[in-house]
Design a binder for this molecule. Structure first.
Ligand code: GLU
Length: 299
């Protein structure tokens, strides 16, 4: 059996966004991370992914602490809050800009949607990303340096997108490592970042986005094993690309099965899936969730 983490204790993390209460799906993720850390004498970290100031709420951070404590989990302190580390993301963003792999995008939601409508009217097929969202059609990818300078001097604030095709021409084909939590075997997976089009790497008025923060933090926190739901598996394509460009270590990944609702859809805060703390009030026992997670790990 291959060694789980040959270079020291493995480091796991649970990284929720505090934009709603945790549900059973989060509990499963947190429990799997904590149980694997325990099994392999590793570390278990909690990271709060609160770069979205408009949607993050202190009461949800307090709710995360309460729900994880109810599950009986213990995590290292201090907890990293992404909102307090914008300078780390800024530095990484500057590295990417200096490599020439990003371009400023001045499009509004309206211009982006109009490009889709026009393309469809011309009979062109609008491609969709793995989450089903239509892909940005690249209007700003070809802006001249002069046009960019004009718009910046007029005070327009861009978002920054990755020129994925250009980047891949620099890095070549990429692969990432999936680990099997039972056998510890490592399986190489092909990355296909082009299916995301040109993703936003820094949002308007911010030095980052989900993709950039997550890879910067995983590296800064020394995370060796990323355990998260299969709903995030496709984004690993972008993460391995950013890790390669930034010269960061490549963690191992296990994307665990999701808990589905009665309609066979994944649980989501945005759909108002019932929260863990509400389930606790209704009499759910934390041991039920432990048993479910342990069963996946054959414990
Ligand atoms: N913050 C992300 C979420 O709540 C998870 C990030 C990750 O595990 O990579 O969906």
């Amino acid at each position: 059996m291959p060694a789980f983490a040959p270079d020291g204790p493995p480091v796991f993390r649970f990284a929720p966004s505090p934009n709603g209460p945790l549900h059973r799906g989060h509990a499963l993720s947190a429990l799997l991370n904590a149980k694997l850390a325990e099994r392999h004498h590793g570390r278990f970290l909690l990271r709060i992914e609160d770069i979205d100031a408009a949607r993050s709420r202190p009461e949800h951070i307090a709710g995360i602490d309460e729900a994880l404590a109810w599950l009986g989990l213990v995590w290292e302190k201090p907890v990293r809050l992404q909102s307090q580390h914008m300078d780390d993301y800024e530095r990484a963003l500057e590295v990417l800009k200096a490599k020439g792999v990003l371009y400023p995008c001045f499009c509004t939601r309206g211009t982006i949607a109009a490009d889709w409508t026009d393309a469809e009217a011309r009979g062109e097929k609008v491609m969709r990303d793995p989450d089903g969202a239509p892909l940005y059609m690249g209007r700003c990818r070809t802006l001249s340096e002069g046009a960019v300078a004009d718009r910046l001097s007029q005070g327009e604030v861009p978002q920054w997108r990755l020129d994925t095709a250009k980047t891949l021409a620099m890095t070549g084909h990429l692969r990432w490592s999936a680990f099997d939590p039972l056998s510890c075997a490592i399986i190489m997976r092909d990355a296909d970042p082009l299916r995301w089009g040109d993703p936003v790497i820094a949002r308007k008025g911010m030095p980052t986005s989900y993709h950039l923060s997550v890879v910067v933090d995983d590296a800064l926190q020394g995370v060796t094993h990323i355990v998260r739901g299969t709903d995030l598996e496709a984004s690993t394509d972008i993460h391995v690309l950013l890790q390669t460009l930034l010269g960061l270590p490549l963690p191992l990944y296990w994307h665990h099965p999701l808990i589905l609702d009665a309609d066979g859809k994944k649980l989501a805060k945005s759909k108002g899936s019932v929260s863990l703390l509400t389930e606790r009030e209704a009499g759910l026992d934390a041991s039920t969730l432990h048993k479910f997670a342990s069963a996946l790990l054959h414990q």
